[in-house]
Every structure is written in structure tokens, then in C-alpha cells.
Design a binder for this molecule. Structure first.
Ligand SMILES: Nc1ncnc2c1ncn2[C@@H]1O[C@H](COP(=O)(O)OP(=O)(O)O)[C@@H](O)[C@H]1O
Ligand code: SF4
Ligand SMILES: [Mg+2]
Length: 327
């Protein structure tokens, strides 16, 4: 298959009535192979969820792939109509708010049964398979939970049920968009354990979306840092946490609670407007490393042996980079 996901300079445009369009995703490169566990990180509003929605055919109706290319499972061009048959079966998404995914009018067993039906499980076997699936996700008393309705369950239990529905068809690619953000710390650990168990047993690929580097560090092997709709750095998680190349990655790591030993500092300023496409570096107004060239030079990428950085003056020489100059 090659890449499960291949985004190359991908951009998303949102059209608005009587107003100019928005460009919330402008230039995203992302390559995910079979079995990769990768993450998208960046502050709220940088385009992570829209990128995930592009990959699952769930963009808002007024949003389109506007530039670059996007290929799913090595065969589907996401610039064309989304192949509905792969959503929920080969590609599954877990959302931050599980309650929005669950049907308030249907029992849990029935809802998981629907997901199993989409995966081709015969009708007579669905109830038992739903209970087995809940049990395999360490849900206590799965028979009882299968009989309940979403409003009778805690938020953490609803998220586990939503995960059960996502995993029912044994997807090749799991996209988890802030899957633990609405959960308490104990439930978060349990949910991350469940996801890890599934990945270990299935060999599926993961795209984890999170603003929390602790969560990313727990599950992902590589990370793409996004800023203002652009992928600004990609590399192994350990490298980006210990020696980031992009000033924004460094500032993001410093502002994270991972740095408990040092005083965490928040990044001053805000994301730029998404009303225009940015040719120069979108981080320059907040960047402590900015020089005059940053205001008038189009940005390119410095590729390395296992990633890239999109910065005119990276904080380190990229491993395996030819020359170290932006291309
Ligand atoms: N349907 C929409 N209409 C207009 N703007 C949108 C829509 N969806 C998202 N946006 C905007 O696009 C930007 C990126 O959104 P999103 O991908 O949800 O960010 P993230 O997940 O990184 O927080 C934000 O500024 C958001 O307000
Ligand atoms: S291109 Fe310039 S302003 Fe942008 S991140 Fe790099 S050093 Fe900072
Ligand atoms: Mg989001």
C-alpha cells in the first residue's frame, strides 16, 4: 500500500457567504505508513481537527481541499469524493466529545451492534460480539452496560464505548482527536492503555491529535508540530522533546507541563488570522529568533533523514540534511 496517509502541501479553504474565504489549513505535509504511531500537536485553532476531518471525509460542507494533494490508504484521492465505504471500517475516528458520537435514543449494545454490522458481523452474533468487545476493553459488567443508554453512563464510560465502536471493525488507521481531553487523569490512563493494546495487537496505524505532549509522548513515536495551518516540524518524538529544531516546537515544549522542573512559560501573542494565505513564516511575530529575512522570504523546508523543519534559521542542523538550507 505504501503510505496509509500522504499529505503533500495540503491546504483547506472554507467558503463563506458574502465574506472572503478562510484558509485554516495552508500547508501540511504528513506521511503515515502501516503501523506508524504519529501525532499532530499545536495550540488550539492551528488546524489539527480540520486535517483529521479531511482524512475521514468529515469536512464541513463548505470546506474543500484547496491546494496540495491528499491520498488515503494508497489509493483514494481526497481531493475527490470521499470513499464512504472506508470510513468506520478501514479508517476510524475517535472524538474528544464521546457524547456527540453516541445516539441518545439507542442502547449501547444496539449501537455497538450497528458498528459490527458495518464490519460485516452477522446479525445473530452482534449482541454477543458487542458484549465481548466491551469486556475486552475492561469494562466491568459488560452485559449490564450493553443494556444501558448513554445518559446512564459517565463521560469516561461513554468514551470507552465510543472507542469500542471505533475499534469494532478493526480499522487499519485510527485517528484519535483529543481522545482524553474531557476525561479525568485516571480514566485518561485507562483509555490510553486501551488504545495501546489495540495498536499492539492489530498493527494498525495511529494519528493522535493532542495539545498535550504528555499524552503524545505516551503513545506516539513521531510527531508533526503544526502552527497556523502549517506543519512546521516533523521528527521522532524523543528528538522534538529534547532538541527541537523549530522555535515554535521549542516554545511549545517549554510551555508544556512536561517541563515540571523548569517554570513553564506560555507563548506570548496569538495565532495569525486565517483570512489570508501566509507565504512568509507565520510564527515571526512571536518568534524570539526572528531576523529581518523572516519577514520577506518565502518559507521552505529543511528535510532531514527522519523529518523536516520549516524555518529559515533552525535551532539545530537537521540530521542527514543536505546543506542545511531551506529548499
Ligand atoms: N466550519 C468552520 N467554519 C469556519 N471556521 C472554521 C470551521 N471549522 C474550523 N474553523 C476554524 O479553523 C481553524 C482551525 O480549526 P481546528 O482544525 O478545529 O483547530 P484545532 O483542532 O487545531 O484546534 C480555527 O480558527 C477554527 O475556528
Ligand atoms: S523562519 Fe524566522 S521567524 Fe520563522 S520560526 Fe524560523 S527563525 Fe522564527
Ligand atoms: Mg481540535
Amino acid at each position: 500500500m505504501g503510505e496509509v496517509v500522504l499529505l503533500s502541501g495540503a491546504g483547506i479553504r472554507i467558503d463563506r457567504k458574502a465574506l472572503p474565504p478562510l484558509y485554516p489549513v495552508q500547508n501540511v505535509d504528513l506521511s503515515v505508513r502501516i503501523g506508524d504511531r504519529t501525532a499532530l500537536v499545536g495550540e488550539s485553532g492551528c488546524g489539527k481537527s480540520l486535517t483529521a476531518r479531511l482524512l475521514t471525509g468529515l469536512l464541513p460542507p463548505n470546506a474543500v481541499l484547496d491546494r496540495g494533494s491528499a491520498t488515503l490508504l494508497g489509493e483514494f484521492d481526497l481531493g475527490e469524493e470521499f470513499p464512504d465505504e472506508v470510513r468506520g471500517s478501514r479508517v476510524a475516528m475517535i472524538f474528544q466529545d464521546p457524547v456527540s458520537v453516541l445516539d441518545p435514543m439507542a442502547g449501547i449494545g444496539v449501537q455497538i451492534g450497528r458498528a459490527l454490522a458495518a464490519a460485516g458481523v452477522a446479525k445473530a452474533e452482534r449482541r454477543g460480539a458487542a458484549v465481548d468487545l466491551l469486556g475486552s476493553l475492561h469494562i466491568p459488567d459488560p452485559e449490564e452496560v450493553a443494556r444501558k443508554y448513554p445518559h446512564q453512563l459517565s463521560g469516561g464510560m461513554c468514551q470507552r464505548v465510543a472507542i469500542a465502536m471505533a475499534l469494532a471493525p478493526k480499522p487499519d488507521l485510527l485517528i484519535a482527536d483529543e481522545p482524553t481531553t474531557s476525561l479525568d487523569v485516571t480514566t485518561e490512563v485507562q483509555v490510553l492503555d486501551l488504545l495501546e493494546e489495540y495498536l499492539d495487537s492489530s498493527g494498525a496505524s495511529l494519528i493522535l491529535i493532542s495539545h498535550d505532549l504528555n499524552v503524545v509522548d505516551r503513545l506516539a513515536e513521531s510527531v508533526t508540530v503544526m502552527y497556523a495551518g502549517q506543519s512546521v516540524e516533523h521528527g521522532p518524538i524523543a528528538d522534538i522533546l529534547s532538541e527541537p529544531a523549530h522555535p515554535y516546537s521549542r516554545d511549545l515544549v517549554r510551555s508544556s507541563v512536561l517541563n515540571r522542573g523548569e517554570a513553564a512559560h506560555s507563548i506570548a501573542g496569538t495565532l495569525p488570522s486565517i483570512e489570508n494565505v501566509t507565504r512568509t513564516c507565520p510564527y515571526r511575530v512571536r518568534c524570539s529568533e526572528a531576523r529581518s529575512a523572516c519577514s520577506d522570504t518565502s518559507l521552505g523546508q529543511v528535510p532531514s533523514s527522519d523529518g523536516f523543519v520549516r524555518c529559515l534559521f533552525p535551532l539545530k542542523k537537521m540530521p542527514g540534511a543536505a546543506g542545511g538550507e531551506p529548499v
